[in-house]
Design a protein around this ligand. Structure first.
Ligand SMILES: Cc1cc2nc3c(=O)[nH]c(=O)nc-3n(C[C@H](O)[C@H](O)[C@H](O)COP(=O)(O)O)c2cc1C
Length: 273
């Protein structure tokens, strides 16, 4: 159960907490009493914390999942130019050094992904980190097994021209599935109806976007994702926790090469109405 406490002394009755609550469960206050959440409405709280962070007087406290306050870093907010450059500069990394990424760094990246938006603030993501490069390579090999099986089937799901290249690259000792990344970050989401699959993709995107700030490179492991669904040994090797479903994976490691400049992209397509 959620408890939202509004301090009678510091609350100025500005009504912002009530206005910003996405569930509309905070009854505005008046001269005599501060805003309040009726007991029967508490169950509708999605624990987003907007009431607390929206209060100019910090009169609202939320009694769930208390976390250390995050200090405002120097340079915040970044300029639009800085945000644009950072986001446009992110690239998929397909060549990695063997140097392991410290677990603390991976944890820091996933901590950021914890703040990704999710439908109804459900936060349905569970991460599995495949930390040992041998295990990553093993998963790549299982994916190649599926690709071989797919290529030999009457109704292949991947174009044969592509599977042929993937298989021959693997046979020459390269890893076209996980690109030799030392680690894999696997997102699973709580099974069931709702927006969990989308929420998982957004969380993976957050991790993908956060990683370069730590000097870490990532790339979505699309072939692995296809194999998870089509080839049971891959799913079994991932050992997603009970009650969760595989969502997506990121290769992860230190980039072997740096990039110079930003490559072009298609022009913006937008309709204004
Ligand atoms: C869902 C998804 C799956 C992807 N799968 C792979 C993959 O299996 N192997 C790979 O090398 N790149 C993969 N990529 C990376 C894309 O090829 C890459 O994002 C695209 O070429 C644009 O390059 P950029 O990310 O550097 O901007 C994937 C990207 C996405 C979003």
């Amino acid at each position: 159960m959620t408890t939202i406490v509004i301090d009678n002394e510091t609350c100025t009755r500005c009504g912002i907490c009530s206005e910003v609550c996405p569930m509309g469960i905070i009854v505005p206050g008046n001269e005599a009493k501060p805003p309040e959440v009726p007991r029967q409405a508490e169950a509708f709280c999605i624990r987003c914390g907007h009431c607390a962070v929206g209060c100019p007087e910090q009169a609202v406290s939320i009694e769930f999942l208390r976390e250390r306050e995050i200090p405002v870093p120097e340079g915040f907010p970044p300029s639009p130019d800085l945000v644009a450059y950072y986001l446009k500069k992110r690239r998929s990394v397909r060549h990695y050094t063997k140097k392991p990424v410290p677990r603390d760094t991976i944890r820091d990246i996933l901590e950021i992904a914890r703040y990704a938006p999710s439908g109804g603030n459900q936060q349905p993501v569970h991460w599995t980190v495949i930390y040992d490069p041998h295990d990553v390579h093993h998963l790549a090999g299982l994916t190649i097994d599926w690709i071989r099986h797919d290529a030999a089937s009457d109704n292949p799901s991947l174009p044969r021209i592509m599977t042929g290249r993937l298989i021959s690259s693997w046979e020459k000792g390269a890893d076209p599935v996980c690109r030799g990344a030392p680690h894999l970050l696997i997102a699973a989401v709580r099974a069931g109806p709702g927006s969990a699959a989308v929420d998982g993709i957004i969380a993976v995107t957050y991790a993908d976007v956060a990683a370069p700030a730590f000097g870490v490179g990532t790339c979505w492991a699309g072939f692995l994702s296809l194999a998870v669904k089509a080839w049971p040994p891959v799913g079994e090797a991932l050992a997603i926790p009970d009650g969760y479903e595989y969502c997506a994976s990121l290769m992860c490691g230190y980039p072997k090469f740096r990039t110079y400049g930003i490559p072009p992209r298609n022009p913006l397509k937008v309709t204004w109405r």
